[in-house]
Design a protein around this ligand. Structure first.
Ligand SMILES: Cc1ncc(C[n+]2csc(CCOP(=O)(O)OP(=O)(O)O)c2C)c(N)n1
Ligand SMILES: [Mg+2]
Length: 299
């Protein structure tokens, strides 16, 4: 795994962004941009990430960012790549799409699917704070069961879409999951993705203090618990081969996993979660790891 000293000191985000205190999306973006380097063009739809960039006339990043309508991130990335190809610059410049869960798993899914199917050479990163946070915490297809949001006041019913699997089913050469609390793993995944030609997808869980209801100082700890309880496994699928990431490997042993309630109980959005839902989380985690074990054995 990459070492801390290998992470470039150069920052691509200027200090004083408009992100909330403890925002893990801002941390994810900071690390991803270090991995991407200066020759990168980013496309971003409406989201908290738009807000991070500042008011019109200002830009928080040292690299170029195109703000695109909510549903169009994938299409806009294809357009940027086509224009770079036209100018003979495509081998020299990275194209990065960066979108929230609402903009990815719901409203932007057709555009992303199309870009991927066209074979666009880009990285699409979804930072998943599990709701439409920028507009006041409305539920998305990525909100987990039992979570309070302003549109699910009694807790979300149903399930969380597994977007990494949906992208894997497109047959693309690189899919990964990551989280803000394991920054070296996150950095390495952006580096690994860059080495591969074609569409690459990274789905990153992004704890959100106001949306999830916890003290901003706990962002890193909550993200660690997502991994340590087995809820959020870190992995890569490279050319169809499943690789469990180092930071998740010990949780293949159920005895090493922390109880899921440790993750749920420190978030206000799960304050009224029923025992039935807690049992559902336990079975989900168990089934998820059985599948991971099967995949590791078969490959
Ligand atoms: C077509 C369209 N519909 C609705 C909006 C309003 N809107 C802006 S950001 C946003 C929420 C985005 O949610 P998500 O993609 O999860 O990103 P987050 O805000 O959580 O970072 C919404 C609904 C919009 N800008 N355009
Ligand atoms: Mg969101």
């Amino acid at each position: 795994m990459v070492k801390l000293m290998e992470i470039p000191e150069e920052e691509y985000i200027f200090p004083g962004t408009r992100a909330c205190a403890g925002c893990s999306m801002a941390l994810i973006y900071r690390i991803a941009l270090k991995a991407m380097g200066p020759k990168t063009i980013i496309t971003v739809p409406a989201s908290c990430l738009t807000v991070l960039h500042g008011m019109q006339g200002f830009c928080t990043t040292k690299v170029s960012v195109l703000h695109t309508p909510f549903a169009t991130t994938g299409a806009s990335a294809s357009g940027i790549v086509a224009s770079l190809e036209d100018k003979g610059l495509a081998d020299d410049v990275n194209v990065l799409a960066f979108a929230g869960d609402g903009g990815t798993v719901d409203i932007g899914i057709q555009s992303l699917s199309g870009a991927v199917e066209r074979g666009t050479n880009f990285i699409y990163a979804c930072y998943d704070n599990e709701a439409y946070m920028n507009t006041g915490v409305q539920r998305s297809g990525s909100t987990p069961p039992g979570a309070y949001s302003t549109t699910t006041p009694n807790g979300k019913t149903g399930y969380k879409k597994n977007m990494a699997k949906i992208l894997e089913a497109h047959g693309i050469p690189y899919v990964a999951t990551a989280i803000s609390s394991y920054p070296l793993d996150l950095y390495e995944k952006f580096k690994n993705a860059q080495k591969i030609q074609g569409p690459k997808y990274i789905h990153i869980l992004a704890p959100c203090p106001p949306g999830w209801g916890y003290n901003p100082k706990d962002s890193i700890e909550i993200g660690r618990l997502a991994v340590q309880t087995g809820f959020w496994p870190l992995y890569e699928v490279i050319e169809g081969k499943f690789i469990l990431s180092k930071d998740s490997q010990r949780f293949i042993d159920p005895a090493k996993r922390k109880p899921i309630v440790e993750y749920l109980n420190i978030q206000k959005r799960f304050k009224d979660i029923s025992d039935e839902y807690i049992e559902q989380y336990k079975s989900y985690i168990e089934a998820q790891w059985k599948e991971i074990e099967r995949r590791i054995k078969n490959e």
